[in-house]
Design a protein. Structure first.
Length: 172
């Protein structure tokens, strides 16, 4: 199994100032790309090198005899099927676009190192907003919380009502 979904911040988000949090039944948050039993340990992803071992994806070396199977993150990237989005807008965001893009890149890389299947699919930046899509539903929340912790602003987290998805927006 993967890291238990919802084990991170969602439960505490609602109690934080300036955070709107719309919850969804936990059972709807099963990633169809990573359903339990779809990977047997150890498995090695030939695309990114991540290794599924002891119930989670890591960046360790693949043990001898590992199966080969593309990981959920690489499959979502190949299919262009992000699970989560983070959108950033507001006048502060407009005035600090380059800084925020750098911040997002650094924070996302930290998370990718710790959790191989939490990855950015795309970043689109226009004059007025930044849109980030991700391979899972934890990363947008992590990035949104990091933005709020660093720059304040207003965070909004909305889970898909019927699927494994999240839309996070940060405004300042
Ligand atoms: Zn992979």
């Amino acid at each position: 199994m993967l890291r238990p979904i919802g084990s991170a911040t969602p439960a505490t988000l609602a109690h934080t100032a300036n955070v709107a949090h719309v919850d969804a039944p936990a059972q709807t948050r099963l990633d169809p790309y990573a359903i339990p039993g779809s990977y047997r340990a150890p498995t090695h992803c030939p695309e990114c090198g991540a290794v599924y071992l002891f119930g989670r994806w890591t960046w360790t070396l693949a043990p001898r005899g590992s199966a080969t199977q593309v990981c959920p993150a690489c499959r979502r990237i190949a299919d262009d099927e992000p699970a989560g989005t983070l959108s950033i807008d507001g006048t502060f965001a407009e005035d600090h676009r380059a800084e925020l893009l750098e911040f997002i890149a650094v924070m996302a890389e930290q998370q990718r190192i710790a959790f191989p299947i939490q990855r950015v699919v795309s970043v689109e930046a226009s004059a007025h907003r930044i849109d980030v899509s991700t391979t899972d539903i934890e990363l947008p929340q992590y990035l949104g919380e990091a933005l709020r912790a660093a720059y304040e602003g207003r965070l909004d987290v909305r889970y898909g009502a019927a699927d494994y998805s999240v839309r996070v927006s940060w405004h300042r």
